[in-house]
Design a binder for this molecule. Structure first.
Ligand code: IDP
Ligand code: MG
Length: 140
């Protein structure tokens, strides 16, 4: 077990649903500490940069339109195995397939509008955090 950081995001569908407080509660209860939080809105270009690894996927255009349609909440969580812990709390990419009680199962809309993002590895977490936060905004 190692102390890690992960980039979590509440996507536009779930910001609209009003689940910011519940999301933080669930994460804190699981031992994750939010060490940076901000509410912002992506331009289309910023959403494309965030999801650049998916550029060739057929859903890239729809996904980046969705991600820039309204505000998002960005959170850096720190804790033991933060990357896997946060993804476990999210559940599967498709809310229909996600385990009972997970955030995507409870609040996600569909496979694209699935409510939440979580980094999938230490390298992607480092890229995503540096893409979205300035060093002075992150306080361990
Ligand atoms: P993840 O968010 O669970 O890591 P990824 O495969 O990295 O899933 O996909 C990134 C995002 O792209 C998903 O969270 C979801 O919003 C969207 N997405 C993934 N697969 C599909 C699909 O088959 N159709 C539409 N959107 C998808
Ligand atoms: Mg992913």
């Amino acid at each position: 077990m190692a102390i890690e950081r992960t980039l979590a995001m509440i996507k536009p569908d779930c910001v609209k649903k009003g689940v910011i407080g519940e999301t933080l509660r669930v994460a804190e209860e699981a031992g994750l500490t939010p060490i940076a939080i901000k509410r912002t809105r992506f331009s289309r270009q910023q959403a494309e940069g965030f999801y650049a690894v998916h550029r060739e996927r057929p859903f890239f255009g729809d996904l980046t339109a969705f991600m820039s349609e309204g505000p998002v909440v960005l959170i850096v969580f720190e804790g033991e195995d933060a990357i896997a812990t946060w993804r476990r709390l999210l559940g599967a990419t498709n809310p229909i397939e996600a385990d009972e009680g997970t955030l995507r199962k409870r609040f996600g809309t569909n496979i694209e509008r699935n409510g939440f993002h979580g980094s999938d590895a230490p390298e992607t977490a480092a890229f995503e955090i540096s893409y979205l936060f300035a060093g002075l905004e992150v306080h361990p």
